[in-house]
Design a protein around this ligand. Structure first.
Ligand SMILES: [Fe+2]
Length: 501
């Protein structure tokens, strides 16, 4: 048996398919033998003979679309990234994986809100402009005197006279706060305040139950110099591959993997690719099963394990010196409610054995070359777009900046995005991130907020019927490369011109 035949036998064995010698020989002469073998998987075949293999090759059915062949060279190329050791730290304390212990009881909700209030109060208390007092002290100070406080928004409405009114509360009591429409700038910013937001208020006491807001503060990030990475290496960010969907852009994804393996690229491009040390996959890695009504008809692969198996075959083609970090999204094989735990290793039996593959929760925190990074797929942004009309899914970075301003990835609870009331609020932005990587919107977006760079990656799925109905135009087939030293972004586009039409 020659080496090609051995390769065929090993590939088939990996799929639990046995071949006789004749079919092994025939398949070894086929460039796309993997696809041919895979085509039998859907029929639950375990043993193949030469007759059926020949038939499959000759039949129209097996005229499997010639996929771009990915050449994975053993000694791929010399590059900075290959010669550098990785500097990747996973901050497990901020990941719900292995820490989920909610029973969904009232106590869980109470401790979640308490945790959120306590943390954000701590952030706001550092502001020198605020001399915050508990709301219980309001009755003790004279009317018209200044009264600063830190409170959570419990209710919001517009009064008959068109002012904004809130019921605000701390851990002990509550009162009413008013933003007057006479102060146009404050009124405009006040419109952005959402239910469950925690803000710092500089106000004036009107009565024992009411204060007028003169100024308010978000628990936002501080301005600080940019953190310098320890090595001059790059990160590649992708998301929403949706493997298993009929609309998965397989040809383009293969092109991307070929590019990542430096096949048919210029020397200059090789140098650029050679700096990639990290690949982030920010959720919706497969299309999943039963995620929405009638999804079954839109699936190319109708079995969850097979969807992940197909994804794993792609991942195995990624050069091993690249650290792959993967979080789940709403379509992955974990609970739909956030925070989400990591995708179980059983879905990646081969990749899980490799040291460069990391499955973590959503949201998660990591440190790349010393840069603190938040990874969040982004489902809460749908609710944010409903609440804040100035935002658009075509500019996802702007929505993300609103989350960063609130130090909270899910500012309002009880809206469309389901959540699990864990004892600790895993959605809080407890540290000051240098980088934020998101997905979900199937649309790229870039922004800078204080010293945090925001990158939203797009998708490898064609425009869906749902998106057409919504009028949403995605930006598929783009891999985003970020140079950590300069924070320079390069978009690598893999869509062919006719596909883009
Ligand atoms: Fe998606």
């Amino acid at each position: 048996m020659d080496s090609k035949q051995k390769q065929v036998v090993e590939f088939a064995a990996g799929k639990n398919i046995l071949l006789d010698l004749e079919s092994t020989k025939i398949l070894s002469e086929q460039e796309n033998f993997e696809e041919i073998i895979d085509s039998f998987l859907k029929e639950n075949k375990t043993v193949l003979n030469a007759v059926e293999v020949n038939e499959r090759i000759n039949s129209e059915k097996t005229k499997i679309e010639p996929q771009e062949k990915i050449i994975v060279k053993k000694t791929r190329f010399n590059s900075i990234a290959k010669d550098s050791s990785s500097n990747l730290k996973i901050l497990t304390e901020f990941d719900v994986t292995n820490q989920s212990n909610s029973s969904g009881k009232v106590e869980n909700f109470l401790s979640l809100f308490r945790d959120k209030y306590t943390f954000l109060k701590g952030v706001l208390s550092k502001r020198s402009q605020l001399n915050a007092k508990p709301l219980s002290r309001l009755s003790k100070v004279p009317e018209k005197s200044e009264f600063d406080t830190i409170a959570m928004i419990q209710k919001k409405w517009i009064t008959k006279n068109q002012h904004i009114a809130f019921i605000i509360e701390d851990t002990e009591t509550q009162c009413i706060a008013i933003i007057s429409n006479q102060n146009a700038k404050l009124f405009e910013e006040g419109n952005k305040i959402l239910l469950d937001d925690v803000i710092g208020i500089k106000g004036t006491k009107i009565s024992n139950e009411m204060i007028i807001v003169n100024e308010f503060f978000w628990p936002e990030l501080e301005s600080r110099p940019l953190t310098k990475p320890e090595q001059d290496l790059d990160v590649l960010i992708i998301s929403d591959t949706h493997v298993g969907s009929k609309l998965f852009l397989e040809k383009e994804f293969n092109k991307f993997l070929n590019w990542l393996n430096c096949n048919d690229v210029s020397e200059k491009e090789k140098e650029r690719i050679g700096k990639i040390k990290y690949l982030m996959m920010v959720g919706d890695n497969v299309d999943g099963i039963g995620v929405y009504p009638n999804q079954y008809d839109e699936l190319e692969i109708k079995d969850l394990f097979e969807q992940y198996n197909k994804l794993e075959q792609f991942l195995l083609k990624i050069p091993e010196h690249i650290e792959i970090v993967m979080i789940p999204g709403q379509h992955d094989a974990v609970r739909r409610a956030e925070p989400q735990t990591a995708i179980p290793e059983k879905f990646f039996p081969e990749m899980s054995k490799m040291n460069n593959f990391h499955l973590i929760g959503n949201p998660s925190w990591i440190e790349i070359e010393g840069l603190k990074t938040v990874l969040y797929h982004g489902a809460s942004l749908h609710d944010l777009y409903d609440s804040l009309s100035f935002l658009s899914p075509l500019e996802p970075h702007k929505g993300i900046i609103e989350l960063l301003k609130r130090r909270d990835l899910m500012p309002s609870y009880g809206m469309r995005n389901p959540y699990v009331p864990e004892k600790k609020d895993f959605m809080l932005i407890r540290e000051e991130p240098d980088l934020y990587f998101g997905g979900d919107m199937h649309h790229v977006g870039y922004g800078q907020y204080k010293s945090c760079m925001v990158i939203n990656s797009a998708t490898w799925q064609k425009r869906t019927e749902f998106q057409i109905a919504q009028g949403h135009v995605p930006t598929p087939g783009i891999a985003i490369q970020l140079e950590l030293t300069s924070r320079k972004i390069t978009e690598h586009k893999f869509m062919s011109a006719e596909e883009e039409e």
